[in-house]
Structure formats: C-alpha cells, structure tokens
Design a protein around this ligand. Structure first.
Ligand SMILES: *Cc1c(COP(=O)(O)O)cnc(C)c1O
Length: 380
C-alpha cells in the first residue's frame, strides 16, 4: 500500500463502496514468468497446467489470420464478420449475439444489465469464482446454493430463489470441479424459473463433452427467452490470451447487454483470429482427441497414486491431495518447486483439492512424476 494516500482507514472507507470492498479478487493461475522469477527456474522448463489453456496452442489458421490483421491495427475494430459467423454457426439472428472481451466480459454485461442494489443472483457452492465478483460489481447480492456432489444442485438453487432474484449463474460443465448437468435437468429448471429471472448457462467447456452428452441450449432460447448461453474462444480454441467470447440470447436481452458493452470491447486481432478458428475443424478435432487421451492418462495416474478425484468433463480434473480437513498447500508447493504449476482450490473452500489442466502427453507425464515426488517429500 502506498503511504500517506488516505490518512486513515475511515477516509478510505468513506471514499470506497461497501460492495466493492466485499469482493475477493479473482486468483488467476500463476503465470510461468512469475514462477520462473520466484524459483529461479528457466521459463522453458516450466509446465503450466493451471488455467485450462489448450496445450496444442492455437489453430494455425487463426494465427495466420491474426498476423494478417496486424495491418489495419490503426483502425477501430469492426465486429460485423465475427457476429455474422457466430449467428450462422448457431442458427440465430445477428442481434442475438453479444461479443465479449473473453466470456468473463459477457458475464459482467449480464450483471450490469440485470443486477443492481436490492437485487440478488444465485450461484452454486464450488461454482466459477467470477459469478460472485460480477454480481457484487453491479451492486447485487450473491446467494450461494449448496452443492451436490461438487456440482450444481438445481433443486437447491430453485429453493434459494427470492423475490429479488434476477440472475442465476450455471456453469456446465462447472469449473473448477468438472461436474456436469444433463440437458433434461437444465430444461426442467428453465421451465420452472420465472421468466423475469435471467438464467446464464456458461458453456466454456461444452466443446469437450462426449457426443452422447452434448445438447444445443441455443435451441431453447425460443422457449425460454430469459436464457443467456455463454461460449468462449479461450479453451478448446486456444485463444485465452486474445480475450474473446460471446453470449447468445433472445434479441431484447442481447440488446440490453449490448447497451452497456463498450463499443470496441473486442480487438481486431481477436476478431480476425476467432473467425478463422471457427472454421479450423481439424484443429478442434485434434484438441478434443488430445484432451480425451490426456484425461484418461491422468485419471489412471491419479488412481495409481491412490488419489481421489472428481469425475470431470472439460479439460481439467480436481483431485484431493490431502486428508479431509487438511490442506494441499505442501503438495502444491512441492509441485511448484519442480516447475509444475497447478491450481490450488483453497479460494473455492476446497483446501484439500488441487485442479490440474490436461496437458500435452509429455506435460501430463511430468505432472504425474512431480506429483508422486511431492507426495513422497510431504510424507503423504
Ligand atoms: C475459462 C472459463 C470461462 C472463460 O473465460 P474467458 O473470459 O472467456 O477467458 C468462462 N467460464 C468458465 C466457467 C471458465 O472456466
């Protein structure tokens, strides 16, 4: 904290807003460069499996499109082409698409368009940390509904609904636990939720689902105009650093969200890359297959180490690295010392658990070896 800015805490309290002070800042996965500085490790020697990024990188077609878009960087971006491509892809009108600077931006737009002081939003225990942050930022109150098997308990969420509830946040699959809700349960929930309550279905990991589990929630918007479906280019598309995602909603809902959206919230490189990425089916198929194989390999490895994990959809898996009531901090540190970054879940009130992103084959092997060593060192 800088000295002598606010002369006492009371003045700072008076300057700031109580609902902003109540926010616990989002804790991102540790960047590779930060670990390199802290432990004096070479950047190339570090394996980062902490932020659910795509180990295959980005589509080569997206990269080429981004390089080409550098010329033209002096102009404000035109989101027309990506909006049209997404509308065509999902079979909706262009006025149903809301582009975001990452899908976190879309969550924020929902909060700003539909929440306010005196309104509440419901999120599930162990659900994505951005939901309470977006809710509080807009002045709303977050109601946390208890989880079932580390996933959303839709009955508990329905029961938690109050007269002032205006938004319901649902991640499917959920991050960080990987829990999944089947389409029928979601549809029944939507049918039961009052129409003035916006239901956000955050599908950041939908592209990793098995064919048998996939569903097309966008088709439900006609029946349920209070549904907002969120997608991102950060995960299977491998464009986390470019920051681009989107929401799909009924036109009047999308229109309100677009009113509070900054006009140029998506930059021209991300827009160009996303259009090309959408068409690179080969890259998506390779990413999917690599994730599937890596998930099976890591599950086997965790089982061989005698560790419990939550059966996960997505490109990550949460495993218990400490006894009930203990903390995974020692194992986490042991992994960091060996240059392997995973995600501790203490901030999700799951202190015994760590979450690892499915990496490339060599990264997965490195992770399991380092985990075995960290467990030995900690006497586990
Ligand atoms: C990663 C993730 C996102 C996507 O975030 P971006 O802002 O698009 O990078 C959204 N929701 C969940 C649950 C996630 O895990």
């Amino acid at each position: 904290m800088p000295q002598n800015v606010f002369h006492d805490d009371a003045l700072f309290a008076r300057a700031s807003l109580p609902h902003i002070r109540a926010i616990s800042a989002y804790q991102p996965g540790k960047p590779i460069t930060e670990l390199a500085r802290e432990f004096g490790l070479a950047v190339e020697s570090i394996v980062k499996l902490a932020s659910n990024e795509n180990p295959l990188g980005m589509s080569p077609k997206a990269k080429a499109a981004i390089r080409a878009a550098v010329d033209g960087g002096e102009r404000y971006p035109d989101p027309f082409d990506l909006t049209a491509a997404l509308a065509a892809r999902h079979g909706v009108a262009t006025n149903q698409i809301v582009l975001g600077n990452g899908s976190n931006d879309v969550l924020d737009l929902v909060a700003r368009a539909f929440l306010y002081r005196g309104r509440s939003a419901i999120a599930a225990q162990y659900a994505f940390a951005m939901y309470p942050i977006a809710t509080l930022s807009a002045g709303g109150e977050t109601i946390i509904a208890p989880a079932k098997d580390y996933g959303h308990d839709l009955a508990a969420m329905r029961a938690a609904m109050r007269a002032d509830t205006h938004v319901i946040w649902i991640a499917n699959p959920n991050n960080p636990t990987g829990a999944f809700l089947a389409a029928e349960a979601l549809r029944a929930f939507l049918a039961d939720a009052p129409e003035h309550v916006i239901v956000v279905l955050d599908e950041a990991y939908a592209d990793y689902l098995d064919a048998g589990e996939r569903y097309d929630a966008v088709r439900w918007i006609d029946d349920f105009p209070h549904l907002v479906v969120c997608r991102t280019f950060s995960k299977i598309y491998g464009m986390a650093g470019l920051r681009i995602g989107y929401g799909i909603a009924a036109a009047p809902v999308a229109e309100l969200m677009n009113r509070v959206r900054q006009p140029f919230n998506c930059n021209s490189l991300a827009l160009a890359g996303a259009i090309a990425a959408l068409e690179d089916h080969d890259f998506l198929a390779r990413s999917y297959a690599s994730n599937r194989a890596g998930m099976a390999y890591i599950r086997e490895g965790l089982e061989a180490l005698g560790l419990r994990y939550i059966p996960a959809r997505g490109n990550f898996i949460a495993f218990r690295a400490a006894e009930e009531g203990g903390t995974a901090a020692a194992i986490h540190q042991g992994l960091l010392r060996q240059g392997v970054i995973v995600r501790p879940l203490a901030s999700y009130q799951m202190p015994e658990w760590l979450r690892v992103t499915i990496g490339a084959p060599a990264e997965n092997t490195r992770f399991l070896e380092a985990l075995g060593r960290a467990m030995q060192e900690s006497g586990a």
